[in-house]
Design a protein. Structure first.
Length: 365
């Protein structure tokens, strides 16, 4: 019996010794790994894949109170938003901004609405203005890689790419993981805090597979991966997708078509590469849809005078789905291109503008 007891004690000593050595090894390995991660994070042009936070944060990034923050601050604390924040990004004070901001506020009175803009548009009471330059580090880095392949102006196309880096760095600096980004030529009619649940399994949403006009972001890491894809695309790390992008431009030139490579081109390629992780906001779900472009019938609506034919019910726009005749509610309308001049006629917010149409009939031109 004594011999058995001694054997048990000896085995316990062996186990404890092994455990102690293993714990030290694990601790040492963890320390070494953390050093490597820190070194990688500090290396220009490198990102940590699948990180919960973006791989780069603007050195002069500020929180919602205007205070500079550090990466450590970002990792330690996240604010709680009971209502999903809405973000616009826009340079200059275009005359239609009052409609997009007012409509977003009217349909989402409890949401924080941020405008990342410049000094010229720091004048709207219904949004919280933040200077775009405070979140421009990632955008500047991309500008150094950008090559222009479009008949449109290079400054216009570049800023369309840069907005995704600006959005990422703003959200990261302010520890926001979820939001709705809206193009500034969109009118929003839905309560997006309730509506985002239909897309919560996706990293983010697009419209018509390529358009970021209604961009429900559910995970900041998803946006960071797209930004990394853009950097890889223009730095030679994704040669197959880069060649396809250039081929798209060459094909349009061959057939006399305007345009070329834009952020939508990259979004479509990313969507293809990450099938199942990107949601489609312009798909009709439960009788409603987010409009990808009021100038086009997609995803299958009746048109009138070159735009979607709209009827109004209780201050909400509806369209007729051509194949079935069913009335479908629009959660948003996207006034792309020349249609921006029509935004005042479709805004239901109380802005005291005289041209508001009757809401129970078709809008006439």
């Amino acid at each position: 019996m004594m011999n058995f007891a001694r054997r048990v004690v000896n085995r316990l000593k062996i186990v404890l010794n092994v455990f102690a050595r293993t714990s030290f090894s694990v601790s040492l390995a963890s320390f070494e790994l953390s050093q490597k991660v820190s070194k990688l994070a500090a290396t220009p042009g490198r990102t940590i894949k699948d990180s919960a936070a973006p791989s780069s944060i603007a050195a002069n990034a500020r929180d919602l109170e205007g205070n500079k923050i550090s990466y450590a601050d970002n990792a330690q604390r996240r604010p709680v938003f009971p209502f999903i924040p809405i973000v616009f990004i826009h340079k200059s004070n275009s005359d239609y901004l009052k409609y997009s901001f007012g409509q977003a506020r009217a349909s989402n009175p409890n949401s924080s609405i941020f405008l990342l803009g410049d000094a010229s548009n720091n004048k709207y009471d219904c949004v919280e203005h933040r200077s775009i330059v405070d979140y421009f580090e990632g955008a500047s880095r991309f500008a150094n890689l950008y090559k222009h392949f479009s008949t449109h102006g290079d400054e216009f196309e570049l800023v369309c790419f840069q907005r995704w880096f600006i959005l990422r760095d703003f959200l990261s600096a302010n520890r926001i993981d979820k939001c709705l980004y809206l193009d500034s030529d969109s009118l929003l009619y839905a309560n997006v805090t309730e509506d985002r649940r239909r897309f919560e399994n996706f990293d983010f949403t697009l419209c018509w597979r390529t358009i970021g006009c209604v961009f429900f972001l559910n995970r900041l890491s998803g946006l960071d991966r797209f930004c990394k894809f853009l950097l890889d695309l223009y730095s030679g790390k994704e040669p197959y997708y880069y060649d396809r992008m250039i081929a798209h431009y060459a094909t349009r030139l061959k057939h006399g078509l305007l345009g070329g490579v834009c952020d939508m081109t990259a979004l479509e390629l990313y969507n293809e590469l990450n099938f199942g992780q990107v949601g489609e906001a312009s798909q009709i779900i439960d009788g409603s849809v987010y409009d990808p472009n009021i100038n086009m019938p997609h995803p299958g609506f009746e048109m009138e005078n070159g735009i979607k034919k709209i009827v109004w019910k209780n201050d909400h726009p509806y369209g007729t789905f051509a194949r079935t005749g069913e009335k479908i509610r629009f959660n948003s309308l996207h006034f792309n291109g020349h249609a921006k001049s029509l935004m005042g006629r479709y805004c239901t917010a109380n802005l005291n503008h005289p041209q508001a149409p009757a809401r129970n009939t078709s809008v006439s031109r």
